[in-house]
Write a protein that binds this ligand. Sequence first.
Ligand SMILES: [Zn+2]
Length: 517
Amino acid sequence: MTLSLYDTLSQQKKPFTPQDPRNVRMYVCGPTVYDHPHIGHARCYLVYDVLVRHLRTDGFQVCYVRNITDIDDKIVAKAQSLNWTTRQVTETYTASFHEAMRALGLIEPNVEPKVSDHLQEIIDMIQTLIDRGAAYEADGDVYFRVESFAEYGKLSHRTRDAVRQGASGRVDQDEPGLKERPEDFALWKRDRTAQQAGGQPTSWPSPWGQGRPGWHIECSAMSTRHLGPTLDVHGGGLDLVFPHHENEIAQSETATGKPFANVWMHNGFVEVNKQKMSKSLGNFFSLSELFRFVVPEALRYYALTVHYRSPLQLDWTTDAEGKVTGFPQIQEAERRVEYLYQTKQKLLRDRHGSSQRSPQGPEHAGQRPSQDSALDRTLERCAPELRAALDDDLNTPAALAVVHEFVRAVNDALDQASKQKRALAEEVRTQAEQGFAQITSRLGLAGEEPGAMLTAMYRLRAEQRNIDCQQIEQKVAERNHARQTRDFARADAIRAELRGWGVELMDSGADTTWRIE
Ligand SMILES: [Zn+2]
């Protein structure tokens, strides 16, 4: 069984055969840092996170490059509106992006190149394109001559006529009639107004005068610099197929004479009422808004319930004043995450309990009941089936079905063992722990310490219900004191009072934890 991935260029699933398994070259278009990251960013980068995890779990060494676009007209506009320098804007929102991606548990890229650090590479590539007759300078701008690249349109499967018609229908204020043909696109834009933001210039010197690089050339120049001319995987959102990636191919293949990417992966949008979620439509949520309602891992789980090429639907509820009160699908996913962590917590406690009991010898601790063979099979199947699901073009819904069956089996085994007042059989526990390790390694789920994760979840739920966590903790302490002093009537009364608030108590030995449904 080997990994196959759907390739947008050839429009088919292809076996994944990197140029060098010890150096898989993977490039994903990163964010333009002029605002806080939203749910659409998370969906995109989670897809490639799972791919990196899956490849590394199977022994590939992956060099994962994801850029930061820190030169862009939107950044200049934002800086001017705040009277900041562009650097203040990009540093602020890069930090915000990093914080959200860390919260989601994303593997950090090996290299995160910034456009502002690669102007020389960009200028060099533009010069090469000019030298090859594929680009031309016009009044301080430089444009790519689309006609020079015979295969233009091959990624988005557009004919030359369709490209031309589409371009001539567009009126672009930034391009003052300097292009030879409407479909040509900018590699470098002259700074005609000597713009400033926060008292600093917003352009860079070049052989064609002060200006800024076009968006498309950045990725070509930075990916070549860090990964060489041919990528094993190039990824990004579906909206980047045209024109961004089509233009990247034209630039890169003209400049290097080599195929640009062996697999082109594109993830679907987050949709609201069948419309793409986007800043321009105003129907988007920043991740920090969402994380007031759910733990970040709930979004990871929810994103994985849908295949990466399909749209991910998002709903939310509001109160009478239109204030957002919840995200039902992601909250439902959080219950699944909760179940994962509850099971993992029980498993850890079982290990702890069994190590305390172990002096009794194996005939008591972890004795193997005969009916465990069906359980064994379920546990054994977890790792290979998880792998097989992801090998099939990252079929994460199928992978989650495997996870669900596995976790239920572990839970049943733990419950049975607990009823019989014994620990899990050693082999069963080992298989269960290995299964969890695979789930974390390949999907990035259930990797945190269960107690901390569950506490974080219940604290968020308490906040949403206006329940004061400190008061809960205080009641729990009072009840523990009552239990210690054998005042069981008082202890029961406190439990009942908390239940009235929607708080459920769980005792495990002397420890009491609480949860909110
Ligand atoms: Zn790009």
